[in-house]
Write a protein that binds this ligand. Structure first.
Ligand code: UD1
Length: 340
């Protein structure tokens, strides 16, 4: 069994990747500091996987600790690096912490990989690197504008660090730029657990429908879009997870050489906020309380992916749509209410 180091493996995206890895014959070796993740999630992931896999409680900035994991877990052939802070709002208030954690984790991982035989790395980036795109759909060649937040800038800087790293040493990197990951595992057993009040749309919708929030505010209804609200590319978390396995397979098939190859991960379809609400109402059979409010500072008007490169090269494409995502997010929300 090939082992894959998975940093941030106990989080929302990481737990779903664990399942995909196991289903495709890999053993995940999870490294997580459990500051933003919950132990119950990883226990449930192991139950769903039907097999225990190693979990190391460790901060990625601890290079000595990472080296020990790489030495101890014989047979690791690749790494997937997710461990990072991800809140746009918090990053504005705590920029130093964001740069320290997000850049520090990557630099520490690179240092640990240097002294190991692992040369395959999948890096978790974001469409946030495109800032306010001038044209949609966004391709991998779309210009990289200055990101809107310290969080976004950490992703841009990490990508630049990887470009420099592959120029200096043998390392094969796939950078995946996620559009908007949403939904939950169809079992209803794992999903997103926002810390405090959600900043992102889908958890806010499901928490409102569950009665935890009074109403959803739609941030802006006067944008130059088909219904006046912002458009995004909502990608089901199970599809997103599957792309990481496709990326590992692609790395394994590639010949020698060092590179950092970038792929957009999205459905290719734009969905407005009002369309997302309608999809939730249809999928859940409930009415959502919402009101049209002012714009949120820094929001891009319309962002959706041209994901044709991932389809062509990785053989990956999204199979699930916004209705599936809303159905699964709602099932998960109802299960959280029953207790983890
Ligand atoms: C999110 C992330 C960003 C990440 C990007 C792609 C946050 C705040 N933003 O941004 O870091 O790079 O996905 O993964 O974490 N909306 C409302 N009401 C709400 C919440 C959101 O109307 O209460 C609207 C927003 O204005 C936006 C859309 O819903 O138009 C989606 O918002 P959100 O889920 O925050 O995603 P992004 O803005 O794309």
């Amino acid at each position: 069994m090939k082992k894959v180091l998975l940093t941030g493996g106990a989080g929302y995206i990481g737990s779903h990747i664990c399942l995909e890895l196991v289903q495709h014959g890999y053993t995940p070796v999870v490294v997580d500091n459990f500051r933003a993740s919950n132990r119950r999630i990883i226990e449930r992931t192991q139950q769903l996987a039907g097999a225990p896999f190693p979990v190391h409680e460790l901060d990625c900035r601890d290079t000595v600790g990472l080296r020990a994991v790489l030495e101890h877990e014989v047979g690791i052939t690749g790494a997937i690096h997710l461990a990072a802070h991800k809140s746009v709002g918090v990053s504005v208030k705590q920029p130093r912490e964001y740069y320290d954690n997000n850049l520090g984790s990557l630099l520490s991982l690179l240092a640990a990989l240097e002294t190991s035989s692992v040369e395959h790395l999948v890096f978790s980036s974001s469409c946030t690197v495109y800032g306010q795109p001038k044209r949609v759909p966004v391709t991998e060649e779309s210009p990289i504008e200055r990101a809107e937040s310290p969080y976004g800038r950490t992703k841009q800087m990490c990508e630049a660090i990887l470009d420099d790293a592959v120029a200096a040493a043998p390392l094969q990197v796939v950078t995946l730029r996620y559009f908007n990951p949403v939904g939950a595992h169809p079992s209803g057993l794992i999903g997103e657990l926002p810390l405090g009040k959600p900043e992102t749309l889908v958890p806010y919708i499901t928490q409102t429908a569950a009665g935890l929030r009074t109403e959803l505010t739609v941030f802006g209804s006067d944008y130059p879009t088909r219904d006046g609200t912002c458009v995004r590319d909502y990608l089901h978390i199970v599809d997103l997870a599957a792309a990481h396995v496709a990326a590992l397979g692609w790395l394994e098939r590639r010949g020698p050489g060092s590179f950092n190859e970038v792929f957009n991960l999205g459905t290719g379809a734009g969905v407005s906020v009002l369309e997302a609400i309608a999809a939730f109402e249809q999928a859940s059979g409930t009415k959502l309380r919402y009101r049209l409010g002012p714009r949120r500072a820094g929001d891009a008007i319309e962002v959706y992916a041209d994901a044709s490169k991932a389809r062509r090269e990785l053989g990956w494409q999204a199979r699930l749509g916004i209705l599936d995502a809303m159905r699964d997010a709602w099932r998960w929300q109802q299960n959280i209410a029953r207790g983890l």
